[in-house]
Design a protein around this ligand. Sequence first.
Ligand SMILES: [Zn+2]
Length: 208
Amino acid sequence: MNIEHIFNNNRQWIAEKLNKDPEYFKKLASEQNPEILYIGCSDSRVTTGDLMGIEPGDMFVHRNIANMVSNTDLSAMSVINYAINNLKVKHVVICGHYNCGGVKAAMQAEDMGILNPWLRNIRDVYRLHKDELNAITDEEQKYNRLVELNVQEQCVNLIKTAEVQKALRHQQITVHGWVFDIHTGHIIDMKIDFNKILKDIMEIYRLE
Ligand SMILES: [Zn+2]
């Protein structure tokens, strides 16, 4: 990868956009109206826009290692707050992916330094679903399942925030749990039953 290529590609991209619509950048600069907040992994292979055919301006994005929604993460919490309260997004997507290095690291007994507290959140997901995961003998399948359960638990963490609770009650907002299958390119909708989850967790986590 030659860094100069990036600038060449950029100039080419500008030309293509202007060729299709001379007003493209004027419109892009005027405002953003995304309907989707996407929370995904930082993994370089999961290129959000490309794999969904999403154009600039369509999606508000937050990415971190293993698509976590940690309530002490000021960055993630600010993104969620702004997307819901100001941008009024209609959908929040948490998208994990198979072969996630963050999830894999959390399955191993290894001191990862500064990453320890971050990966601890994934170990907590494992602990919550220990019986199901320990019953899976195939390591690859277990790893895949932890990726899925991590998405589900991050959706639960999302519902624990005051912003999402308020939005679920007063606006039309839908939370989605997806997994990107890196082996085939497909996005899999986990079809998580949020009404059930909501009922289960609201007894304890209701904020308003
Ligand atoms: Zn990942």
